[in-house]
Design a protein around this ligand. Structure first.
Ligand code: GDP
Ligand code: MG
Length: 147
């Protein structure tokens, strides 16, 4: 074949998805996981737990020192979360696209945050889900949540 395009053959990825405490509390875990499966991604590991502060400080180390760091860690430790190992080609970018923009108010309709989230007048960190943002973060974060 004379195509200049290099076939992408190394795009199989794994990502960490978290259903945050607001998603679990609102009973949206099933809907969120269903959207991941409906898109064609495969959940290969799943657990529900209330994370320790130590896990959360590691998980959010890139945000340490930012004004929202403490409220974020406190919120994420406020109740059970569901952690999922999700696999598929380009799943890191694909899940973040499915999740939508960070702010639920302006996240596009059709996305998890855009369809199921809103501004509750206080905690901006309530945006239902987390998804790793790179292969490096995914590997690091999966280590924290699944050992
Ligand atoms: P994400 O990758 O879209 O989840 O967003 P970031 O990595 O930038 O931020 C991590 C998380 O911190 C977000 O999902 C929100 O829950 C929270 N967050 C981000 N920005 C703010 C902010 O300005 N204020 C507050 N309170 N929380 C924020
Ligand atoms: Mg992030």
């Amino acid at each position: 074949p004379s195509s200049k395009e290099t076939p992408v053959t190394h795009n199989h990825e794994e990502t960490l998805v978290l259903v945050k405490p607001d998603g679990v509390e609102r009973g949206l875990t099933g809907q969120i996981l269903a959207r991941i499966e409906a898109k064609g991604y495969v959940i290969t590991e799943l657990r529900m737990l209330t994370p320790t502060r130590e896990m959360l400080v590691k998980h959010y180390e890139e945000h340490e020192g930012k004004p929202f760091f403490e409220p974020l860690v406190e919120f994420m430790g406020s109740g059970p979360v569901v952690a999922a190992r999700v696999t598929g080609n380009r799943v890191i970018e694909g899940f973040r696209s499915l999740a939508g923009a960070t702010e639920p108010t302006t996240a596009a309709p059709g996305t998890i945050r855009g369809d199921l989230g809103r501004d509750w007048g206080e905690q901006v960190q309530k945006n239902l889900v987390h998804g790793s943002d790179s292969t490096l973060s995914a590997e690091r974060e999966l280590g924290i949540w699944f050992g």
